[in-house]
Design a protein. Structure first.
Length: 315
């Protein structure tokens, strides 16, 4: 017979998991991760021209260099948040068209299926809002770069959703992680490209790919039943090696930071996020803490929120 203490512990765990799953269900986790890392990139790579620009001192370190003085300084973050939400929500709604919900399916897809009649109009409204903010407030160089990146995103999405032969052949986690890293770095990429920035983007891409692989590992059972391809299903050996990859990325990031190849802030946050992914990836195989692999997978995106810790310390 279970003790009252163990019952209470399980109840508390279920309540916490319920709260933790809300951002994931609403597709808010990825946008939050995106703006956190965009902020960190912009602060870590300040525009050399900002020293002479007519910008208030309290904004000089956080305003993207391609945003002219006097405009809406947070427009790139707003547009990034909305764009990432649009991409992730559209992906889930499109997935729902071909998923069999009598089989295993992630909770976020079940939510999207149930509320699709409400989510599609909301999606359209957010598209209009994001487009207006981008056109009115984002500098044309950054806007053009974002449009080019969006073409690649749409090409990838089209291949995944409309081409059966490519759907299960693309290592989508590697593509998504790389596009994500470029996307959060666009404000700096369009203003001053340096070797350190290129290396930092590579490190971030590795972190985001690792995160995507952890999520794919968590939902591999449902992906297999639904016929959804992933790098984890293509290369099963990856699943057990993720903790080791996370360890190597943490060490490599720290080494690059110590050697001055990337800013210390980037190295520290990347190492911290990588180290948080180690127990998450390991626990998926062992289902520790009374949690399933899928539930552990929901924590993977939370491991990428380390820039907000840096933001809190900076303020």
């Amino acid at each position: 017979m279970a003790s009252p203490l163990s019952d209470a512990s399980r109840s508390t765990t279920r309540s916490l998991l319920g709260l933790i799953s809300i951002p994931n269900i609403l597709s808010l986790d990825a946008p939050l991760v995106a703006i956190g890392w965009q902020w960190l990139i912009v602060v870590a790579f300040p525009n050399p021209a900002s020293a002479t620009a007519d910008v208030p001192a309290n904004h000089a370190s956080v305003m993207p260099a391609s945003i002219p003085s006097g405009s809406f300084p947070h427009a790139p973050a707003v547009v990034l948040f909305i764009t990432v939400w649009l991409i992730y929500m559209a992906d889930r709604l499109m997935d729902c068209r071909r998923m069999d919900f009598s089989q295993k399916a992630p909770l976020r897809h079940r939510f999207a299926k149930r509320w699709s009649k409400l989510l599609w109009p909301l999606w359209g409204a957010m598209l209009i809002t994001g487009g207006l903010v981008a056109i009115l407030y984002v500098h044309r160089e950054l806007l053009a770069a974002g449009a080019i990146l969006l073409v690649f995103v749409l090409a990838y999405s089209g291949a995944v959703h409309f081409c059966q032969s490519l759907r299960n052949a693309l290592p989508k986690e590697f593509i998504v992680g790389s596009l994500f890293a470029i996307g959060v770095s666009l404000p700096v990429l369009t203003s001053h490209l340096t070797l350190s920035l290129v290396i930092a983007i590579g490190v971030l891409a590795a972190l985001f790919v690792l995160n995507c692989l952890c999520v794919a590992k968590a939902q591999r059972a449902s992906d297999r039943q639904q016929g959804i391809g992933s790098a984890i299903l293509m290369y099963p050996g990856l699943a057990t090696r993720l903790p080791w990859f996370a360890s190597m990325l943490a060490a490599a990031s720290a080494g690059l930071g110590a050697g001055g190849w990337i800013p210390v802030s980037i190295a520290t946050t990347t190492s911290l996020s990588s180290m948080m992914l180690i127990p998450i990836a390991w626990s998926m195989d062992h289902e520790t803490g009374g949690m399933t692999a899928s539930q552990w997978g929901q924590l993977a995106d939370y491991a990428l929120l380390s820039p907000f810790l840096a933001m809190a310390i900076a303020t």
